[in-house]
Design a protein around this ligand. Structure first.
Ligand code: SF4
Length: 407
């Protein structure tokens, strides 16, 4: 066997031949596995997603915020899982538990075969961390995960490797017609004691797996809507458990606007690095159609406040929303709004291909308004066009496909 292996502080990678690469966290749990053009990514609840590139010339927008995750194996011959460049579109499928168990068995058998060929440090990791796991024990992580977290519905793409702490559950608004992320739960904030217990449970659950994660993401939808005193206490609890990590979170315009610049500045001093705002569109009429509160002018002024306070901003705009009839006005108003924001190198605009959920309030309204849904290829082309326009303003733009979300 011509074994290639890496024993990094945050993860271990073994590759017994050019077509197989497996990475594990420092608890020894499978993180990702590449075999024959397929990449498997394990979520923390041990669900497993298979990903592959379709043989097509279609391109995707390059991602300023993405970058290659060194722990995601892509084969020694060099696959491309990172966001960026011109690549065929990525396909994906969640495996059944039975299929996942088969992949886990294959990976751990492979790891066992590597022991005899490994250097001393890699052999030690294989024996003391990785080979402690069996497919059954890995599948049982699902129960452990659900004892610690309510479902984590979504994260921004550059936060998939953060440590998620759920300060709140749900969304304070929960009425945007296109959004189903938090419809299974009413909004509620955790008490300081409950949050501290949750943080401790996350620390125990991740164990040394936290070594491969960067940053703390304060979830769910609107954690930053909490009062200043409550947030400052939560920041302190989170930073004490995971020192040295910056803090990130979602915020919506209608709750975020209520905090003063001084309040935001204080949170930035306490570690708040970047907030992510669901802009959706710069077109007010379309925003109302989506039943999302706020307006373009309010958003521009809110972003200015955040920048004045020293907080970075990630804006999320949806591409294809409103159908073909809104394509041009949506693009024009969105790019115009972005051009009026004081965005810099740490900020970015995520362009998210719109996914219409059948049976959603959006689908009903769209049909009633006789708007023509845009096809997938049309949306991709539009996304490319918008990415170019945003970048021509000197602002980072990246693709954000919610179907790729994994934690
Ligand atoms: S505010 Fe955000 S999380 Fe809440 S319903 Fe709207 S899109 Fe969903």
């Amino acid at each position: 066997m011509e074994l290639f292996a890496l024993a990094k502080p945050g993860f271990t990678t073994v590759s017994p031949d050019r077509e197989k690469v497996a990475s594990f966290d420092r608890e020894g749990r499978l993180y990702a596995y590449y075999r024959d053009g397929l990449t498997y990514r394990r979520a923390l609840d041990s669900s497993l997603q298979a990903r592959w590139h379709a043989p097509s010339e279609a391109a995707t927008a390059s991602g300023a915020a993405g970058g290659h995750d060194p722990a995601v194996p892509t084969g020694r011959a060099g696959g491309h899982d990172a966001v960026g460049g011109h690549r065929p579109p990525r396909q994906r499928r969640w495996l059944t538990r039975q299929e996942a168990a088969q992949v886990f068995a294959e990976v751990y058998e492979l790891a066992a075969q590597c022991v005899a060929y490994a250097s001393r440090d890699v052999r030690e990791r294989l024996e003391t961390e990785i080979l402690r796991w069996t497919p059954e024990r890995l599948l049982a992580e699902e129960d452990r995960f659900h004892r610690v977290y309510v479902p984590i519905s979504i994260l921004p793409p550059d936060q998939y490797m953060s440590i998620v702490l759920q300060a709140t559950q749900g969304c304070t608004w929960n009425r945007c017609t296109f959004c189903s992320f938090y419809q299974d739960r009413p909004f509620r904030a955790k008490s300081p004691e409950e949050f501290a217990a949750h943080v401790e449970a996350v620390r125990e659950f991740l164990g040394r797996g936290a070594l491969m994660r960067k940053g703390i993401f304060l979830a769910d939808g609107n954690a930053l809507a909490l009062s200043q005193a409550r947030l400052e206490a939560m920041f302190a609890t989170a930073k004490e458990a995971f020192p040295g990590h910056a803090i990130y979170s979602f915020i919506d315009l209608y709750t975020g606007e209520r905090r003063s610049v001084a309040g935001w500045r204080r949170l930035a001093e306490l570690g708040l690095q970047r907030v992510y705002i669901g802009m959706e569109t710069g077109h007010d009429e379309l925003l109302r159609f989506l039943n999302k509160p706020g307006s373009r002018e309010e958003l521009i002024s809110f972003v200015s406040d955040l920048k004045q306070a020293g907080v970075q901003v990630g804006l999320v705009a949806m591409v294809g929303v409103g159908g073909a009839e809104y394509r041009e006005p949506h693009a024009e108003a969105t790019v115009e709004a972005i051009s009026r924001m004081p965005l810099g190198p740490g900020d970015l605009v995520y362009l998210s291909p719109f996914v219409e959920h059948p049976g959603s309030a959006y689908a009903a309204r769209r049909a009633e308004a006789q708007l023509t849904p845009m096809g997938e290829a049309e949306i991709e082309a539009e996304l490319q066009r918008l990415a170019r326009q945003v970048r021509s303003l000197g602002v980072n733009a990246a693709r954000y496909d919610i179907r790729e979300f994994i934690y």
